[in-house]
Design a protein around this ligand. Structure first.
Ligand SMILES: [Zn+2]
Length: 233
């Protein structure tokens, strides 16, 4: 089983679908390019303790290689820049770069866009446009952003909360599968993203590495007969 996992940023796949990673899996991260010059380009980058955004992206690529190695997966870095660095590649250009990396995969995992980050929504659309003909398709809920749907909305269960989110955002009645990741081994891999941990923790009240939320992963098995949920971008 060859598994290709599309990650918008350098950390999303390891954070969100760790249980799917292993020796025959490849994490393809789309937005890994850094800006030129020595400026800091966002408050997020400043919060990561970087002196420049270029330096930060160099560090983040190294962190991802270490994390994917810890997860037993291969890492591929596409050179596109994320939105806050002025990315202007079209979805078609992203799909053209993704297609050869997804070719030959038996299973493709792509981000749902929980949280609505424009880079995630574009990654989803590009991945759908680049799918190989016969691969099974899983759409994963992004951690830690799905916490804002699964924990803090008052829904009866995380699965019910995400199913309602999926129906509302993407017009599909599909129900996600809850997948258990081993929190101990996942925590070791996630800690490789040292530059990101402090800022990510602030988005979830410091619970990022707690066993419960860290080990709970969710993904939808997409039916190829259904129209893909492209969304904007
Ligand atoms: Zn991301």
């Amino acid at each position: 089983m060859r598994r290709a996992l599309v990650s918008p940023h350098l950390d999303d796949a390891v954070l969100s679908c760790f249980a799917a990673l292993g020796p025959l899996s490849t994490v393809i991260t789309i937005f890994t390019g850094g800006p030129g010059g020595d400026d800091l380009h966002s408050t997020w980058d400043a919060g990561c303790g970087a002196r420049s955004s270029r330096e930060l992206m160099d560090r983040r690529r190294s962190e991802d290689l270490a994390a994917c190695t810890a997860a037993g997966a291969r890492a591929v870095h596409l050179p596109f820049r994320q939105q806050h660095y002025g990315e202007d590649a079209s979805t078609a250009e992203l799909a053209a770069a993704l297609a050869p990396e997804l070719a030959g995969a038996d299973e493709v995992w792509l981000p749902a866009g929980v949280g609505g980050h424009p880079d995630h929504v574009r990654a989803r659309a590009a991945a759908f446009a680049a799918l190989p003909a016969h691969a099974a398709v899983w759409i994963y809920a992004e951690y830690p952003y799905h916490q804002h749907v699964t924990r803090w909305t008052g829904a009866p269960s995380p699965v019910a909360a995400l199913a309602a989110w999926f129906a509302g955002q993407l017009g599909s009645a599909a129900v996600p599968t809850a997948i258990a990741a081993d929190p101990e081994t996942k925590r070791a891999a996630v800690r490789c993203y040292a530059s990101q941990l402090g800022s990510l923790q602030t988005t979830v009240d410091g619970t990022l590495l707690d066993d419960g939320p860290l080990g709970a992963e969710y993904a939808w098995l997409a039916r190829r007969s259904e129209p893909p949920p492209h969304g904007p971008g």
